[in-house]
Ligand binder design. Structure first.
Ligand SMILES: Cc1ncc(C[n+]2csc(CCOP(=O)(O)OP(=O)(O)O)c2C)c(N)n1
Length: 595
């Protein structure tokens, strides 16, 4: 490429264009005026999206990446705009999703002097250090001619190996100054190719799998981000192993496939937990074995490693052996590793001893689900609402959740058919994620039906993004499952402590909710209310048919006996003496795997 005279902001924007980035989202301020100005020049290639809170810009970019595998840029001004994004970056970091964040920074000539919105008492222009635990890498260039190097390093860091968010904190003068630079060609700078596990390990793993009576595959989010779902299914079919999934792994296999063992953990399925706990050989792919998926490592509830022998295929070597001892570590990319395992296994018949056990487990589980999902009561159960929402949508609809009962309910009861259609902040479980991430998913997949399934608490944290959806005309359907409170937290309190505090929304002793339908109308989006089971499906159908953004208000049952997903595993939360779950916690800990 020939040298060109470009400002710092132009270098960034031109690099985005060369990377094929089509959207940036954010809120400008004086700290990013130059970037906003440079974006104006490339409006032909990059669409700018205005959000109403910077947290949402990052969630939007995160949702875009989860839906498409393509990163985009979120941007803010200096100071408060930048710090507003920390929760979004933490969410992306914990779930290993690629998001690039640009923040404005004090002029290099003035930093440390206490510029408007500067954090400088411990170190000049100190904002990036707030982000240190939640970014893969961050840069604060001091000169414009550093930027060509910085942008390709940032892209490489974000997308290679285990993906994750990166931060570019760019001083205002560096954005504005110009230099004669040669833009890097992404072709020559990207870490292309896939890391393959070592051959010995692959052979040992293939032997173990071929000889297993009860092999189980546990698929995490790494399967989906590596686009390894075809290989996963082929391997499962080759060895006859059921596939169970973590929160972020949901979608790694069509949940109607005969080998789909569904989800695991405390709000998983009895199929998943029973199969995983009774495996003789477990192959994990791109999963971290966190407490929520592994029932706080209590032996025999979700996993029993050992005696189960674990083969751990994982791109990040630091995850190997972290939570369970491994029989065979396989450090590598999920897709490449699964292909290698398939090659090593060669042709042949599956020789497992499952018989019709998976089918029987599914039948029993479906009967259990029916109790809440088939309820005809009003107020309706959240389980019934989720069933009705699904009935109104296509099999490839994208569903987004962030926290609370809707997140667990969708994990447990939404039937996911395809990868990248179940998007959830699984690791950080972030209230406020749902709506902005759904807008991002819809931008990435304009033809898809995209549903943001929020609790009232989740929605109230970022509901202002109905304005973003309205301005964009993005046809996201926001469903507010309204139970007048933080009822997941209330349920946990009741279960563990035997009483509840601060979790109901009340006024004069009665449940309180804002008028969500009026909120929808106030933002001028298509609005529906559906408070009986039979009303939900037509309301969602009308909302989706409206062709624009919509809000569907659904009042759901608050009674804890039926409000949430079924508890299928175990979760360790410290409980003080004298509270009901205290002894159970101690017993659980005694049985817990020592890691
Ligand atoms: C940002 C953030 N704050 C607090 C929490 C803790 N938390 C988890 S779920 C939840 C309540 C969710 O309420 P809502 O969205 O109304 O769903 P519900 O469980 O009531 O159905 C809270 C407070 C969180 N996950 N994220």
């Amino acid at each position: 490429m020939r040298p060109r005279r470009l400002t710092g902001a132009q270098i960034i924007v031109e690099y985005l264009v060369s990377q094929g980035v089509r959207h940036v989202a954010g809120i400008p301020g004086h700290g990013s005026w130059t970037l906003a100005d440079a974006l104006l020049d490339r409006a032909d290639a990059i669409r700018t999206v205005q959000v109403m809170h910077e947290q949402s810009a990052v969630h939007l970019a995160d949702g875009y990446y989860r839906a498409s595998g393509e990163p985009m840029l979120a941007f803010t001004s200096i100071g408060p705009g930048a710090t507003n994004t920390v929760i979004g970056m933490a969410t992306a970091y914990v779930d290993s999703t690629a998001v690039a964040l640009f923040t404005g920074s004090p002029h290099t000539t003035m930093r440390g002097h206490g510029l408007l919105q500067e954090l400088e008492r411990r170190h000049v222009a100190d904002n990036p250090r707030i982000f240190e635990p939640v970014v893969k890498e961050w840069w604060q260039p001091s000169r414009v001619d550093e930027l060509p190097f910085v942008v390709h390093r940032a892209w490489n860091a974000m997308t290679s190996g285990r993906p994750g968010p990166v931060l570019l904190d760019v001083p205002m003068d560096v954005q504005a100054e110009a230099a004669e630079v040669t833009l890097p060609d992404p072709e020559g700078r990207e870490a292309r190719g896939r890391i393959r596990p070592d051959v010995d390990g692959v052979e040992r793993a293939a032997r173990l799998l071929a000889e297993a009576d009860r092999p189980v595959i546990v698929a995490g989010g790494g399967v989906i981000s590596a686009d390894a779902t075809a290989e996963l299914r082929a391997l499962a079919e080759r060895i006859g192993a059921p596939v169970v999934t973590t929160w972020n792994g949901k979608g790694a296999i069509d949940e109607t496939h005969p080998l789909a063992g569904q989800t695991i953990g405390d709000t998983g399925s009895t199929i998943g937990n029973t199969l995983a706990a009774n495996a003789d050989v477990l192959l994990s792919v791109g999963c971290r074995f966190v407490d929520w998926s592994a029932s706080s490592w209590r032996k025999g509830v979700t996993f029993a490693v050992p005696p189960t022998k674990l083969i751990q295929l994982e791109i990040d070597e630091r995850e190997i052996g972290k939570n369970y001892p491994v029989e065979v570590p396989l450090v590598g990319d999920a897709r490449a590793g699964l292909r290698d395992l398939l090659d090593a296994l060669g042709g042949g018949e599956a020789a497992t001893t499952y018989g019709d056990e998976i089918g029987s487990l599914r039948e029993a589980w479906e009967q259990q689900l029916e109790v809440k999902s088939g309820s005809t009561a009003t107020p309706m159960t959240m389980a019934r609402a989720v069933r009705e929402i699904q009935a109104a949508t296509r099999p490839d609809a994208i569903v987004v959740t962030g926290a609370g009962l809707p997140q667990g309910m969708v994990k447990q009861r939404w039937v996911t058919h395809e990868p990248r259609t179940h998007l959830t902040s699984g690791g950080f479980s972030t209230m406020g994620f749902t709506l902005p991430a759904a807008i991002g998913a819809q931008l990435a997949r304009p033809d898809a039906q995209v549903l943001a399934i929020c609790g009232d608490g989740d929605f109230l944290q970022t509901m202002q993004e109905l304005a973003a959806a309205a301005m964009l005309g993005t046809p996201v359907c926001t469903v507010v499952l309204d139970n007048s409170g933080w009822i997941s937290i209330k349920g946990g309190q009741q279960h563990h402590f035997g009483r509840t505090a601060m979790t109901d929304f009340t006024r004069n002793g009665a449940p309180y909710s804002p008028d969500f339908a009026a909120i929808g109308r106030a933002f001028d989006v298509h609005t529906e209310s559906a408070h009986e089971p039979a009303a939900v499906r037509p309301a969602i159908e009308r909302a989706l048919a409206s062709g624009g953004p919509s809000l569907v208000h659904v009042r759901v049952e608050r009674d804890l006996a039926v409000a949430g997903p079924d508890k299928t595993g175990w979760w360790d939360v410290p409980v003080p003496e004298g509270r009901p779950a205290h002894d159970e916690q101690l017993r659980g800990r005694a049985e817990q795997q020592h890691r």
